[in-house]
Design a binder for this molecule. Structure first.
Ligand code: HEC
Ligand code: HEC
Ligand code: HEC
Ligand code: HEC
Ligand code: HEC
Ligand code: HEC
Ligand code: HEC
Length: 263
């Protein structure tokens, strides 16, 4: 009897040690992962042999950029990297000693991320994957840069916020003028920003759509009396194609001909 009691105790003690180790190692792992997540940095992409000189040096000649950059998201970053730190101008332009020694100049010993998004990928590795998806903006092909949509030095890297989504659409209208309208019949969905329907770095779906079928639209257009949408029953129409395919609401961005968004 007494012996058996001992066994129970021993098992109990063993179990609590196991649980303790589990919790401790779990916490350690959590901490490690967290550290990795907040500071992913692959190292400077830069001109060979150039050394890190610090932001103050750049400021002497590039007052305008330095002034803008003070308020930027990236100006608050300070990422340990071996002996040096990824911070200031050189986190994106690479170490600048060769450029500075040459007295500055275009194409002289410094990286311009407009032509080389690799510097951005040194921290935003996951974004590179997005641009490799089958339907994507041609950034890796060198036909456009991150700065076509993001402001490199400005206060908001994303030149829009939750309250000013129209700023995002403006960034797109620079190149996609047709979608700007003005339309006699607007589609109010555009007020939620183009990203309400598009995944703009890249997507597995044609036209960089978030979802390739009618669910794209039904996220906003589902009513209590579904399959009634708007004022008409869609039960017979839905199986014939997507909401935005031929004959239906093809003018998804707005229409000048038809209040049901058709051409
Ligand atoms: C001695 C003055 C001087 C210093 C210091 C200097 N630059 Fe420049 N930089 C220039 C000049 C001049 C140009 C050419 C500007 C032009 O033609 O519009 C230039 C051009 C550039 C360009 C554009 C290059 C291109 O090929 O498009 C970048 C980016 C740049 N500098 C970043 C930096 C950074 C980052 C630092 C600090 C590490 C720095 N500069 C330090 C003078 C300087
Ligand atoms: C977050 C990354 C990032 C940081 C940090 C950064 N830049 Fe830039 N910089 C860019 C990008 C992207 C471009 C290209 C912008 C474009 O072509 O519209 C650029 C362009 C430039 C140019 C060329 C402008 C031109 O008209 O050709 C200069 C000069 C420059 N940066 C200086 C600086 C200086 C000085 C700092 C620090 C005070 C700095 N940058 C910090 C990303 C950055
Ligand atoms: C040294 C690392 C590093 C480099 C290089 C870098 N970034 Fe970032 N970037 C970050 C970190 C870290 C954050 C997250 C900051 C935060 O959450 O406050 C960030 C945030 C952003 C955001 C999102 C801001 C937001 O409001 O959500 C954008 C967009 C962005 N970076 C674009 C770029 C582009 C474009 C380049 C290249 C021109 C670049 N970054 C280069 C580290 C970097
Ligand atoms: C065609 C326009 C466009 C281009 C080009 C572009 N971005 Fe973006 N980016 C966006 C939009 C729009 C968002 C906001 C996505 C959202 O809110 O759903 C975004 C968000 C981000 C974010 C914030 C993280 C997130 O997922 O919200 C980062 C970081 C970023 N972009 C980095 C980059 C880098 C690096 C490049 C260049 C290699 C780049 N972007 C090129 C439009 C663009
Ligand atoms: C600097 C110009 C530029 C900017 C800014 C830009 N795009 Fe694009 N966009 C392009 C180019 C170039 C293509 C590729 C066209 C092609 O492959 O034929 C494209 C393709 C697209 C496509 C797919 C079109 C198709 O026929 O497959 C969509 C959707 C799109 N962009 C949406 C956006 C959105 C949303 C924004 C704003 C967040 C934006 N774009 C910002 C240049 C731009
Ligand atoms: C309500 C969802 C929705 C919103 C919001 C939206 N789009 Fe689209 N967009 C679509 C659909 C659906 C297609 C594909 C149409 C097709 O394949 O016939 C498309 C196609 C495109 C194309 C390819 C050319 C074309 O017309 O087929 C471009 C470019 C484009 N969108 C840009 C934009 C821009 C820029 C914005 C923001 C101003 C935006 N879209 C907002 C749903 C949307
Ligand atoms: C982000 C939310 C959202 C998404 C996604 C969305 N819509 Fe809309 N749509 C609206 C709003 C808001 C209105 C205006 C109010 C209303 O009529 O319900 C509207 C109106 C419409 C109208 C005009 C209705 C009428 O006759 O008055 C049509 C047609 C339409 N949407 C079709 C589509 C199609 C097709 C898609 C998918 C490509 C789509 N919508 C995706 C929000 C959205």
């Amino acid at each position: 009897m007494a012996k058996q009691f001992c066994w129970v105790k021993a098992i109990g003690a063993f179990a609590s040690v196991v649980i303790f180790l589990f919790v401790v190692s779990g916490q350690a792992m959590g901490a490690e992962q967290k550290k990795e997540k907040s500071y992913p940095f692959e190292g400077f992409v830069g001109v060979k042999g150039s050394k890190y000189v610090g932001q103050e040096t750049c400021e002497m000649c590039h007052e305008k950029e330095a002034r803008e950059f003070k308020l930027s998201t990236h100006s608050r970053l300070n990422i340990e990297h071996g002996q040096t730190k990824a911070q200031g101008c050189e986190m994106c332009h690479g170490p600048g000693s060769i450029h500075v020694d040459a007295g500055g100049g275009k194409g002289k010993g410094i990286i311009n991320p407009r032509k080389n998004p690799e510097v951005c990928f040194s921290c935003h590795m996951d974004k590179k994957m997005e641009f490799r998806l089958p339907f994507h903006h041609p950034v890796l092909e060198g036909k456009m840069g991150c700065a076509d949509c993001h402001s490199a030095h400005g206060a908001e890297v994303k030149p829009w916020s939750a309250t000013t989504l129209s700023g995002m659409n403006e960034a797109c209208y620079k190149c996609h003028k047709i979608q700007r309208g003005p339309f006699v019949w607007e589609h109010e969905a555009l007020r939620e920003g183009c990203t309400a329907c598009h995944k703009v770095h890249g997507s597995v779906n044609d036209k960089m759509l978030l979802i390739r079928d009618s669910n794209l639209c039904l996220r906003c257009h589902t009513q209590m009396d579904f399959p009634v949408i708007g004022r008409s029953n869609h039960a017979a129409r839905m199986p014939q194609g997507t909401c935005f395919s031929a004959g239906c609401h093809t003018a998804v961005h707005g229409s000048n001909f038809d209040d049901h968004l058709r051409y």
